[in-house]
Design a protein around this ligand. Sequence first.
Ligand code: 8YV
Length: 301
Amino acid sequence: MMPFIEDQLDAAYTVHRLYDPAQKVALEAALPKIRAVATGGGTGLSNEWIEKLPSLGVIAINGVGTDKVDLIFTRSRNIDVTTTPGVLTDDVADMGIALMLGVLRHIAKGDAFVRQGKWGREGFPLGNSPKGKRVGILGLGQIGKAFGRRAEAFGMSVRYWNRSAVADTSWKSCVSPVDLAEDSDVLAVCIAASAATQNIVNADVLKALGKTGVLVNVARGSVIDEDALLAALNNGTIAAAGLDVFVNEPNIRQDFFTAPNTVLMPHQGSATVETRVAMGELVLANIAAHFAGEKPPTTVN
Ligand code: 8YV
């Protein structure tokens, strides 16, 4: 989290940092007394750790993903799990659009081309216009909807697939992820990660997206079968991908480094000053509510 958010934690509580090896001994001694944990969406807290914390009452996630915290197990132990809903929606959707345009207009490739002094000496490939293209949104939650609204501003038509019915939209609903991919030029993956959505973007979905199709992922690496994605990029089953999230971050598969027509980002969807301030303030508010004996405001379990 941002230093000024962490400073506020330090001012109000005794804070132990699990990632700091120098604090290992002090942390071990404090385990029975720890009442709150602040963690990232991609990091969460394992059940093994939860079992070491008998006084734990709240896990405040600095993010919206709950895939790394067992919501049922935590509820059974009367532990509230909180997230930071709403405040990061627009920035994550912006990242999806940036990746889409980055891929369609070869932004990363162009940057390298200019720096390497190739301009004027070699040709540069034409891009593709988003205007008039079909975008398919896999997972029509808040982020998916924000992505769709932005895509419409670029002249794209929107369709989606969602696990449950979505009432407040006039966009076309597709019957399956394969059906959605077949009807899309750009497939934007915005779906929450869970056991049910693991590898939901599989070889069949990528085949259906097709050889001119572009994949964008701002959700979680685990919702894509990365073997199938790397194969699809390397053998031209799909045209290109823009990826902000991966399995096993930050130690992602090295095959991504050489995958053709691929723009990679180090999980930066919510990483703006403005949004990280708002997220941090929600983390602080949730932890403060717990210590005040109140229900944390954005409890999700
Ligand atoms: C954060 C995220 O980058 O919201 C999420 O689930 O993955 C991101 O917003 C992450 O939580 C880091 O703290």
